[in-house]
Design a protein around this ligand. Structure first.
Ligand code: PLP
Length: 462
């Protein structure tokens, strides 16, 4: 660790954090007796806390974000240079990095044509929801206003995004939600909803379930469907083969816009630039945030086809024709400046190739852990986005107790590896250890990650 703070400074920081900061997604009671963990430095895939303890970060900043790893001086330089030249101009003005990043991004997204900037994944998704509603108002007499979303998917933390969220534990205390968001079933084959099919047939069956909802609601009332390419926080769910082609077919059949939420998968996480590209999907909207600038600056994008953009074209006879939306800090230049350099790094360092190679090793190691530990019921993943679902009983697939899953996460932490765990808080939901190291991770680091999990599982479950 190379932090230029004295031990006294560091203990002051920890005390100030403990006294004044309200952490995300955190029960604060334990901080009455233990210090909160403050991360003070990062380099590559490693981070150090205020006590000097070193960790391998197997979840890229806790929430699948730091795709190119920590300590990237060229990104910091690009942001610094941009900020002293021109930090911000909002509203209708363009910026140099905004224009150049949009151009570069769209090179990786054949079929897509426009980039709308904002600051977070939730905001990017809300923009797409608003676009769908405006299209409904202008072209369908307000009738095609419903937006479908999938059980277990998550699209953000705002009230509308929670209304479009399939993880009930996140929204339980915050309703009522706006009308017009309609749930379709998840597609996790491990937790089968249709017993008579498997593999690609299961994928098609899960997609057919979407059509059933559309027919129930009335196809002329459904404007869009919003789906994660691989469900993240809902349990690392990779749709079975057969799913995506059928979803695409259904969307075309009923003139329903396809919105892919790439907030987690975007910018290389699954070994392709975007998750949907694994299955040849042709979306109408793509939203992205976390990996766009790897957490070096806040940025999110709502990307659309030219066909969608055309629907917002100026119409002199209708002053309501353009997209009447703004995001003040969507005008910050730090985001696209960081994103441009982030993308150059992914390209020049062949990080998509490394992602695929390291994915093979990580999945292989997890499969070996599954052979050794009966508590691992299922291993799944795409690229460096992997999960191991923990069950108390392989036959019944009863999830393990929350406190045991937490003990595994804590056990890995003691062994110097930070891992995640999804859906711990809702009984009956799957409990999945979540691994998504930076795309620069090495074979030795992968082995350390799985060794730590091995040790923690043995400690907790024997
Ligand atoms: N969409 C997905 C798939 C996510 O996983 C998240 C956050 O984890 C979001 C949207 C919301 O992003 P943000 O927290 O930046 O608002």
């Amino acid at each position: 660790m190379n932090v230029n703070l004295t031990p006294n400074d560091l203990s002051h920081v920890v005390a100030a954090d403990r006294a004044h900061v309200w952490h995300h997604l955190t029960q604060h009671k334990p901080y009455e007796t233990v210090d909160p963990r403050v991360i003070v430095e990062g380099r590559g895939v490693k981070v150090w806390d205020a006590t000097g303890k070193e960790y391998i970060d197997a979840v890229s900043g806790g929430v699948w974000t730091v795709n190119v790893g920590y300590g990237r001086e060229t990104i910091a330089d690009a942001v610094r240079d941009q900020l002293v030249k021109m930090n911000f101009f909002g509203g209708s003005m363009g910026s140099v990095p905004g224009a150049l990043f949009a151009e570069k991004l769209l090179e990786k997204m054949p079929g897509m044509s426009r980039v709308y900037y904002s600051n977070s994944g939730s905001e990017a998704n809300e923009k797409a929801f608003k676009m769908v509603r405006q299209i409904s108002q202008r072209f369908h007499g307000g009738k095609k206003w419903k937006i479908l979303y999938r059980d277990r998917d998550y699209h953000g933390t705002t009230i509308a995004c929670l209304g479009a969220g399939g993880q009930d534990e996140r929204g339980a205390l915050y309703g009522p939600f706006p009308d017009g968001f309609v749930r379709v079933p998840h597609c996790l084959e491990y937790r089968k909803q249709w017993d008579d099919v498997s593999g690609a047939d299961y994928g098609r069956r899960a997609a057919d379930a979407i059509e059933e909802v559309i027919l129930r609601e009335g196809p002329d009332t459904v404007g869009a469907i919003c789906l994660e390419p691989v469900t993240a926080g809902g349990g690392v769910i990779v749709p079975p083969e057969g799913y995506w082609p059928r979803v695409q077919e259904i969307c075309r059949k009923y003139d329903i816009l396809l919105h892919i939420d790439e907030v987690v998968c975007g910018l290389g996480r699954t070994g392709t630039w975007f998750g949907y590209q694994n299955w040849g999907v042709e979306p109408d909207f793509v939203t992205m945030a976390k990996g766009v600038a790897s957490g070096y600056a806040a940025i999110s994008c709502t990307v659309t086809t030219e066909k969608v953009f055309e629907m917002f074209k100026d119409d002199a006879s209708d002053p309501m024709s353009y997209f009447r939306d703004i995001s003040t800090f969507g005008g910050c230049t730090a985001g696209p400046a960081a994103a441009l350099e982030n993308m150059r790094i992914i390209e020049d360092e062949n990080l998509l190739d490394n992602c695929l190679a390291m994915s093979e090793r990580l999945m292989g190691n997890l499969e070996k852990l599954k052979e050794k530990h009966a508590v691992i019921g299922d291993v799944r993943g795409k690229g460096l986005f992997c999960g191991a679902e923990l069950v108390a009983d392989r036959e019944t697939k009863q999830p393990v107790e929350e406190k045991k899953a937490q003990a595994v996460v804590a056990g890995a932490m003691v062994r110097g590896v930070i891992i995640g765990c999804t859906n711990r808080s809702l009984p009956g939901m799957n409990t999945t250890l979540c691994l998504s190291p930076a795309l620069i991770v090495t074979p030795a680091e992968i082995d350390k990650i799985t060794d730590a999990i091995d040790g923690a599982l043995t400690e907790v479950f024997g």
